[in-house]
Each structure stands twice: as C-alpha cells, then as structure tokens.
Design a protein around this ligand. Structure first.
Ligand SMILES: [Zn+2]
Ligand SMILES: [Zn+2]
Length: 346
C-alpha cells in the first residue's frame, strides 16, 4: 500500500510503498476513505511524543470501511462504514471498566502507538470497543474530522466543562479544536467569546456561533477584555491552542468557582506551564484536562449531528491527496488556513 512514512524526526516524510497491514485478533483493517491533518501529527513528526517509534506513519483522524476483521471481532464485518476516536481503550483495564476509555492504561492510538491512517489501509486494535458506525448521511471527510478535535471538544464542553445554558464560555484559539468548541458550546445554549490572533479566524468563529470576540494581538489585556464582556469572568474557559499564554489567560479570565479545560496539547518546552495558583485557591477554580472521548459517547454527539444542532461539515477545510500530505504535515505548526484539512485522495 501507499503510505506517508518518516524515518527520522523532523526530516521530510515521503509517500512510499509499504506492506499491507493485517488485523490483530481483536482488531480490524480499515480501508481509509478520509483522514484529517492535525497539529498532533506535527508533534509526533517532530519527536515530541514518546509513543512514536521510527520508522512511522502518522494519521489518527480517520473514517473508512472495514476491509478485514480479526478472529475475536464480533461486532464488525467487511464493508461496514466506521470511524474511531483517536484514543482507543483496551476494553478490560480498570479505567475502561469504569467507562473511561479515553484514559485507558493500554490505549491504542493510530498514528502514535501504531502506524496511522496517512495510508491506503490502517490496522486498528480493540475494534469491538472502539469502532463507531457512521450514519448513512455522514460523509467520510466529515466523519474523519470528528475523531480528534471535535470529540475532544465535545467532551471538554459537555462532560468535563459541564457547560450550562446561559453560561459564558471563553475559547482561546480558533483552530479545529476551538471552532468545534464554539459550535458545541453554542448548541448547548452557552454564550461564547472567541479569542484569537487574527480577524479572519474571529470572523469564522462568529459564524460558528461566538457572540463576542477578543483579538489577542490587538488587545493588551485579554483577561480584562473577557472579564469586561462577561461582567466578572467566564464560567467555563477552554485553552484550545495549548501554549503558556493561552493556558494562563484561560484560567485567569474565569469568574469565581469557574472551570478551565485544557484541550490544546502542552508538550516539549510547554509541558510545565505556569498557572495563577493563588487565584485557583482563593476563587476555588476547577482545572480539567480533556483527552479524546469514549466511543460509546459518540451516540449523543451523533444525535446532535443528525438533528442538525451540530454541523461538523462546516469545519472541514481543504481536501488534499496523499501525495500532498508530507508538505501539509510539515506546515501544520504555522496555523495557516481555516478549518480541518482532510486527505480524501489516495
Ligand atoms: Zn488530531
Ligand atoms: Zn483499557
């Protein structure tokens, strides 16, 4: 099969012919029909993720059809249209048994713990626990865009953030995670403030439902601006980018007893960001992470998509080919373009 492969961290990946994958006993092989481009792939390529073993094929936001199933798989067969969350739970550890597959102790992550979906085919383990059937009306490109940023934002807003109707929600960073969070929080009845560096992304954020915006390049005081708009601070705030500045602002702009959810990755030099701990104590702030979402939680999200309350297809940006993927991957840290780029030609 054709796959995007890199042999050294930070060196240009190339499209190469590699052996076709075979399913594990509990896994499947999926014919990839669409796979999203994500900054996490860029981190993996740069060597920021300790799970990545060289040589490596990136790609973790995928949708496609089941091509072959292992001997222990009972729920899936050839031809099924499916997607997966980027964190796949093993289905039998303590965390999985408690319903928290997103923090499984033996988690399977395509494109990180194994070769990923920048390829014609991808092997996915623990299929019965993690595969999600696609509704007929959901196209592959939109389905692929769900698996990482959209589901992580859904969990961040709904399960971790516990956003209530009427609440003020600040979203720092309007890339794929941020735009997803804005759409989902708006659907939950919240009032969303979008924060970003460019007017172009802030305008798109307003189209996704943001009722106010703060340009972090033009404003000297992002925290003050959010507190002014909300008359006291956000009830829930999301760092959708992952940087020391957005993390700090997202906590500092909360009202008393507010809730911060860190979604943007903090790796490499940013792994130990400073936080306003005195404020966290005095105002009883809550600090959460959000890391993917369990496959069984897709049901509620899919219901909102089918009902038209969530429209993830609006977040799909450019469609590109596998041959164009190496250059696109190497450029992922430059925040270019709007929406989620998807490989749909193999
Ligand atoms: Zn991703
Ligand atoms: Zn597990």
């Amino acid at each position: 099969m054709k796959a995007v492969l890199f042999e050294q961290f930070g060196q240009p990946p190339r499209v190469q012919n590699v052996p076709d994958p075979a399913p594990s006993a509990a896994g499947v092989v999926i014919k990839v029909e669409a796979t999203g481009l994500c900054r996490s792939d860029w981190h993996g390529w740069m060597g920021h993720d300790p799970d990545v073993v060289l040589p490596h094929v990136p790609g973790h936001e995928l949708a496609g059809t089941v091509l072959a199933a292992g001997s222990q798989v009972t729920r899936w067969k050839k031809g099924d249209r499916v997607t997966v969350p980027f964190v796949g739970g093993c289905g039998h550890c303590h965390e999985c048994n408690s319903g928290n597959h997103q923090v499984c102790e033996q988690q399977f992550q395509p494109g990180f713990t194994a070769w990923g979906s920048f390829a014609e085919y991808v092997a996915v383990d623990y299929a019965d626990t993690n595969l999600v059937a696609l509704p007929e009306e959901l196209d592959f490109a939109t389905a692929a865009s769900l698996g990482c940023r959209f589901v992580t934002s859904f969990r961040a807003i709904v399960d971790q953030g516990r956003v209530k109707p009427g609440a003020w929600v600040a979203v720092h960073g309007c890339g794929g995670v941020g735009l997803s969070a804005i759409m989902i929080a708006t659907a939950m009845g919240a009032n969303v403030i979008a924060v970003d560096l460019t007017e172009e992304k802030l305008a798109f954020a307003q189209e996704m439902g943001a009722v106010a915006t703060v340009n972090a390049r033009a404003s000297k005081d992002v925290v003050g601006a959010v507190k002014e708009i909300t008359k006291g601070g956000a009830h829930v705030s999301i760092d959708a980018l992952g940087s020391p500045a957005t993390c700090f602002n997202s906590i500092a702009n909360l009202r008393r007893r507010g809730r911060h959810v860190q979604v943007g990755l903090m790796v490499g030099d940013h792994a130990r960001a400073s936080v306003p701990m005195a404020q966290i104590i005095a105002h009883e702030l809550e600090i959460y992470g959000s890391h993917g979402m369990q496959a069984f939680r897709y049901q509620d999200m899919m219901a909102m998509i089918r009902a038209g309350k969530l429209a993830p297809q609006k977040l799909v940006g450019k469609h590109i080919s596998l041959d164009e993927a190496p250059a696109a991957l190497m450029a992922m840290d430059r925040f270019e373009g709007i929406g989620i780029g998807v490989i749909t030609r193999f």
